[in-house]
Design a protein around this ligand. Structure first.
Ligand SMILES: Cc1ncc(COP(=O)(O)O)c(C=O)c1O
Length: 408
C-alpha cells in the first residue's frame, strides 16, 4: 500500500486553506458611503483619506494612490526623469511588472543577481552592473522580505542612482525599524487582489520628498498640477488615478492589516519550528537589518539532497497531492522569450546590439538555481489560518521525506 497521495495514499488534508480576499461589515459600509457620497473618482474624500492613512502606515510624508503596482513603478520612473537609453538595475527574481515598467518608460532593465539567503537583489552583484548609463536601481522586497537597503542606498549614493523600492509585496515590512517604501527616493505598492492589502486592483507610491510627491501626482493625473485648471497639462502623462470604491475598500482593509500581520508572523514562527524538526525544508532567511517581514509569501527553501535528490518539481507535485497549496514561483525574468524578443526588437535598445546588456541564460546563476531547484511558495493567506494548518504543511513534508522512494 502506498503512503504518498501521489501514489494513491490518503492525503494529509482535503480542506482548503484560509480564503482571500476577506471583508466584513466595514467594507460594506465603506462601499455604500462611497456610492452615496456621489463622487466615485477624483475628488472623492475616500481617496484623499486613504492617501493620508497609507502615508502614515508607511511612515512616509506622502502617498499618491494610482491604478496598480505596475503603473506605480512607471510613474515613479517618469517623475524621477528616467527615460530612453537610461539603465535601471533590478533583480530577475520578481514579477514581470518590475521590468515591464522599465520598458514602459523606454529605459533598459539590467539584471543583478540575488542573495542566496533572502532571494533579494545582491548589492555586490548590482555594483558590478553599474555603467555611466545607470540611472536608477529597483530593489524588490520580494515576498515582503526587505532587501539589503543599507547596501543599496550606499551603492546609489556612490553612483548617483535613484532608488525606487518595489514594495508591491511588502506592506508594513520594516528595515531597521523603519517601514519600507520611503527608504530610498520613493517606493511603490500594489493592491491587486492577492496582495496583503487589496482592493481588486490599485497601487500607490510613497515618498518623503515634497517636490517628488508633486511630480508623482502630476504623472498620475494627466500632467495636471496643484491649483491648475482641469485642461491644463504640463507633462505627457496619462490617467493612472485610483477610483473611490477601491480607496473605500483600502481604508477598511487598513484597519485589519496589523492584526493580519501578527497572525502571519505567529504562524510562520510556529511552522519554522515544525519544519526545523523535520529537516530538509527551511524558510528563506532575512537580512540582519530586517525588523519586520510582511510574509506576502512564505518562501520555502527545499534542499533536494535531503530527499534523495527528488527534483523540486516532483516535491511540489507530491505536496499538492497531500493537499498543500504550494507552487514553484518565478523563473528568472530574462528567461521569458517574449522578454528577449521585445527587448531585441525595440530600437531604443541599441545597447543590446552593442552587446553591453544581455538577457542570456547564465547571467544570474543564483537566481537560476533558486528557481530551478530550491524555492517553493506558500501564499500569505495560508498563514492566516490555524496552527493545525501549519502542522499539516510540516506533516506533508515529513511524509514525503519518509516515503521519498515512492516519489522518485
Ligand atoms: C513585485 C511586484 N511588483 C509589481 C507588481 C505589479 O503590481 P500590479 O499587479 O498591481 O500591477 C507586483 C504584482 O504582482 C509584484 O508582485
Amino acid at each position: 500500500m502506498a503512503h504518498l497521495a501521489l501514489r494513491g495514499g490518503s492525503p494529509v488534508r482535503t480542506e482548503p486553506f484560509h480564503p482571500w480576499p476577506v471583508f466584513d461589515d466595514r467594507d460594506k459600509q465603506a462601499l455604500i458611503q462611497e456610492l452615496e457620497a456621489g463622487r466615485w473618482g477624483i475628488g472623492s474624500p475616500s481617496i484623499e483619506a486613504f492617501e493620508k492613512r497609507f502615508a502614515g502606515f508607511c511612515q512616509a510624508r506622502h502617498a499618491v494612490a494610482c491604478t496598480n503596482g505596475t503603473d506605480a513603478i512607471y510613474i515613479a520612473l517618469q517623475a524621477l526623469g528616467i527615460g530612453a537609453g537610461d539603465e535601471v538595475i533590478l533583480p530577475p527574481y520578481t514579477f514581470m511588472a518590475t521590468a515591464v515598467a522599465v520598458f514602459m518608460a523606454n529605459a533598459i532593465p539590467v539584471f543583478a543577481d540575488i542573495d542566496p539567503v533572502t532571494y533579494n537583489i545582491d548589492p555586490e552583484s548590482a555594483a558590478a552592473q553599474v555603467t555611466p548609463r545607470a540611472k536608477a536601481i529597483i530593489p524588490v522586497h520580494i515576498a515582503g522580505n526587505p532587501a539589503d537597503m543599507d547596501g543599496i542606498l550606499a551603492l546609489a549614493q556612490k553612483h548617483n542612482l535613484k532608488v525606487i523600492e518595489d514594495a508591491a509585496q511588502a506592506h508594513g515590512a520594516a528595515w531597521k525599524g523603519r517601514r519600507v517604501g520611503a527608504l530610498g527616493d520613493c517606493g511603490t505598492f500594489s493592491f491587486q487582489s492577492s496582495k496583503n492589502l487589496a482592493s481588486g486592483e490599485g497601487g500607490a507610491i510613497v515618498t518623503n520628498e515634497d517636490g517628488l510627491a508633486e511630480r508623482l501626482r502630476s504623472f498620475t493625473n494627466c500632467g495636471r498640477v496643484r491649483n491648475g485648471l482641469w485642461y491644463e497639462h504640463h507633462e505627457v502623462a496619462g490617467n493612472h488615478r485610483l477610483g473611490g470604491f477601491q480607496a473605500a475598500l483600502l481604508l477598511a482593509g487598513l484597519e485589519r492589516v496589523e492584526e493580519q500581520m501578527k497572525r502571519r508572523e505567529e504562524n510562520v514562527c510556529y511552522l519554522t519550528g515544525l519544519l526545523n524538526s523535520v529537516g530538509g525544508v527551511t524558510l528563506a532567511g532575512t537580512h540582519a537589518g530586517t525588523t519586520r517581514h510582511a510574509y506576502h509569501l512564505g518562501i520555502l527553501q527545499y534542499h533536494q539532497e535531503e530527499f534523495k535528490g527528488l527534483p523540486k518539481k516532483r516535491f511540489i507535485e507530491a505536496m499538492q497531492k497531500e493537499g498543500i497549496d504550494c507552487s514553484s514561483g518565478y523563473i528568472p525574468l530574462y528567461e521569458f522569450h517574449f522578454f528577449r524578443h521585445l527587448a531585441e526588437k525595440l530600437s531604443t535598445y541599441k545597447a543590446l546590439y552593442e552587446g553591453r546588456v544581455n538577457y542570456r541564460s547564465g547571467i544570474c546563476p543564483v537566481c537560476e538555481r533558486v528557481c530551478a531547484e530550491e524555492a517553493v511558495w506558500l501564499t500569505q493567506n495560508v498563514f492566516l489560518g490555524s496552527k493545525k494548518d501549519m502542522e499539516d504543511i510540516a506533516e506533508a513534508v515529513r511524509k514525503i521525506k519518509t516515503y521519498v522512494d515512492e516519489a522518485l
